[in-house]
Ligand binder design. Sequence first.
Ligand SMILES: [Zn+2]
Length: 166
Amino acid sequence: MRIGIGYDIHQLKKGRPLKLGGVTLPFSLGLEGHSDADVLLHAITDAVLGAAALPDIGHYFPPSDPAIKGISSTTMLSRAVQEARKAGYDVGNVDSVVIAEAPKIAPYRERMRKNIARTLGVPVSSVQVKGKTNEGLDAVGKGHAIAAHAVVLLKQSDCEYRISKR
Ligand SMILES: [Zn+2]
């Protein structure tokens, strides 16, 4: 088994949709970025890649690449899962924290868990998303940005395990 950690932060701006965990939340501001800027999916993507000791999200999706403009972060996470599978690992479980002064995460949590579980190919019971505020402190606390942390456990895939046991 292998563990990975991911962190990401994006600025909140007017005129952008707010996407978190593949869900569009009704909010006056959205996250700035080249892709759809889903900060939670980016943190999970980096945790998957990191657990397999693969390069980070910027290697597979460089911000300078015009082809990634507006790309769905679900596509980015799918790619990370594929790369981990190629390296011989399946996702075990994910835990994550979204740090946002607003909006509240709880009403959207179950939809986020379902989206993430579907993309990772795991049961919903293997995915958790928690919401926190920053108690009014720093840029996140002032409502200028949303940050996310994630940890992912990868398991050696069954077929790789059998080969290594021979
Ligand atoms: Zn990001």
